[in-house]
Design a protein around this ligand. Structure first.
Ligand code: SF4
Length: 287
């Protein structure tokens, strides 16, 4: 039987847990509950909420046809212009934006209002980054890799404030900040990486470094799970990325003496436990 090490930090983070709790509470007491985008990157949870009458709205166009009900903003947050639009819709709004993300909105809004240039380190296509960008009063620059950091051009006469997507890979972020700081601009970095994310990443890497196989559980659409996978793969070549126990190819674990398990921030405990039980059951006869 291989030794199985499960990360203590695997599974829901504070922001996701909080947002989900808000949705379930609303669904218990009210009809016509909508979320702007799926509340988390987990199909099982989204389906469970649907069975309780919670509908996912995918864009503002869809919202135009809805006259009554409650709209919940998910933990990723939204741009200020989107918030203003939904405020005009007449719907009751519950803001489940994670307080750590809200803090970034406040920083970029204040600093850009005071005339600073804003640099966001993150994935430009990620909803959190789109939301952050939407709180800057001037156009923010987005940097996602070393090439973009090298090529970054700012106004030399204006101070710049650098923030990061909360779930950005911590090691990669340090390198990108370093590259930008070496330039002649007067810039400084405000630490906005979420501790839940950095702790999860550090623990995952620590485990990946000492096991023969690593299992990373989470949606293929989840940015923080994708990053966990990338990081673990650097330390453990046999890293498997699965959404649920159904994706697990158990043959890839045969002959391994130590197996690690971690999971992204939107992975329910139930799914992690199913994987753990399945791995244990498969190898329970081994000496
Ligand atoms: S990862 Fe961190 S910032 Fe993002 S929702 Fe979770 S607690 Fe909030």
């Amino acid at each position: 039987m291989p030794e199985i090490i499960t990360a203590k930090s695997a599974g829901f983070c504070f922001g996701v847990e909080r947002a989900l709790q808000m949705v379930y509470e609303q669904a218990e007491c009210h009809d016509r509950i909508y979320t702007l985008g799926p509340i988390i990157h987990n199909e099982e949870v989204v389906q469970d909420l649907e069975s309780k009458g919670v509908r996912t709205i995918h864009d503002l166009k869809e919202l135009e046809s809805i006259r009554q009900g409650t709209l919940i903003i998910r933990s990723h947050g939204i741009a200020k212009s989107v918030q203003e639009k939904i405020e005009q819709s007449g719907l009751r709004i519950i803001d489940a934006t994670c307080p750590f993300v809200k803090r970034i909105h406040q920083i970029v809004e204040k600093e850009s209002r005071e005339g600073k240039q804003i640099v966001i380190i993150g994935d430009p296509a990620h909803p959190e980054v789109i939301g952050i960008k939407g709180w800057c009063v001037s156009e923010a620059k987005i940097v996602n890799d070393a090439g973009e950091a090298e090529n970054l051009v700012l106004d030399e006469k204006t101070d710049a404030v650098i923030v990061a997507q909360t779930t950005f890979n911590y090691n990669k972020l340090k390198d990108l900040v370093e590259i930008i700081k070496k330039k002649k601009y007067n810039s400084w970095y405000v630490d906005t990486v979420c501790h839940a994310t950095s702790e999860r990443q550090e623990e995952a890497v620590e485990i990946a470094d000492k096991v023969d196989a690593m299992i990373v559980i989470g949606s293929f659409h989840s940015s923080n799970t994708q990053k966990l996978f990338e990081m673990c793969r650097q330390y453990c070549a046999d890293t498997l990325y699965i959404q649920t126990v159904r994706d697990l190819d158990i043959r890839r674990l045969s002959g391994k003496s130590r197996i690690g398990i971690t999971a992204g921030a939107s992975t329910p405990k139930k799914i992690i436990e199913e994987v753990l039980l399945h791995v244990r059951a498969q190898f329970s006869g081994d000496a």
